[in-house]
Design a protein around this ligand. Structure first.
Ligand code: PEP
Length: 249
């Protein structure tokens, strides 16, 4: 039985004041004890959030990490080693905004995954097709390619502690959501790709759905057999909405 997980990607939002308010509101939300809840603030707010959430049940992660694993002359970068040292447990890798706006290739995503994994930071690997790929019937090819490009290099064992997030690019921040059936089809395909290499690891792998998840659509999405929770963008910035999504998991 896979434990459900809900992660909130705050993206480039918030000030110290608004982040403190959001954390304050999250702390009074009733969050289910059988769901792993994670928040992913901007890197400049990580220390503040880690300190404010200390001793609680909400884990903290980063939205990105460097391809470089340790220390060195890489101005502006933050390594998995540093994020782990700070207290982060998770890191997003390959979010579609990083892939499209910052030209991250599958190779770069793979190096970030590897840097995170070897330094004890659990990666949440984001994969997903564009609208064009879906319209051309290439959804499963696109997602498998993104997944296999990492699996080929890091090996399936690295997925023991990782999570995959299926996020159709056309559904992110657009208000459009994959239907529960569309999500289930891709989640099952992702699990099958991993199962070809190791059925046990595939069976335990958590696959989150992301793309305009709200409290109104979360119950049905999370009820699908291969949907193990969600990666939430916009709706994670409202504590009551995020809390409701966590309770739907
Ligand atoms: C995301 O950016 O990971 C995301 C799922 O965003 P939204 O929920 O706003 O579509």
């Amino acid at each position: 039985m896979r434990r459900k997980m809900v992660a909130g990607n705050w993206k480039m939002n918030g000030t110290r004041t608004s982040v403190a308010e959001l954390i304050g509101s999250l702390r009074v939300e009733e969050l289910p004890s059988d769901v792993d809840v994670v928040v992913l603030p901007s890197s400049i707010h990580l220390a503040q959030v880690l300190s404010d959430l200390q001793g609680g049940t909400i884990a903290v992660g980063a939205q990105d990490c460097s391809t470089e694993p340790g220390f060195g002359a890489f101005t502006g970068e933050e390594s998995a080693t540093q994020l782990r040292d700070l207290g982060c447990a998770w890191v997003l890798v390959g979010h579609s905004e990083r892939r499209s706006l910052f030209a991250e290739s599958d190779q770069v995503v793979c190096r970030k995954f590897s840097s995170a994994q070897v330094n004890g930071l659990k990666p949440i690997l984001c994969v997903g097709e564009t609208l064009e790929e879906r319209q051309l019937g290439k959804t499963l090819d696109a997602v498998s390619q993104q997944l296999n490009s990492v699996l080929d290099v890091v090996g399936v064992d690295a997925f023991e502690s990782a999570v995959v997030a299926y996020e159709p690019v056309w559904a992110i921040g657009s208000g459009l959501t994959a239907t529960p059936g569309q999500a289930q089809e891709v989640h099952a395909a992702i699990r099958a790709v991993v199962a070809q290499r190791n059925p046990r690891i595939a069976g335990g792998l958590r696959i989150l759905y992301g793309g305009s998840v709200k409290s109104e659509n979360a119950v049905e999405l999370f009820a699908q057999a291969d949907v193990d929770g969600g990666l939430i963008g916009g709706a994670s910035l409202k504590a009551n909405e995020f809390g409701a999504i966590c309770r739907a998991a």
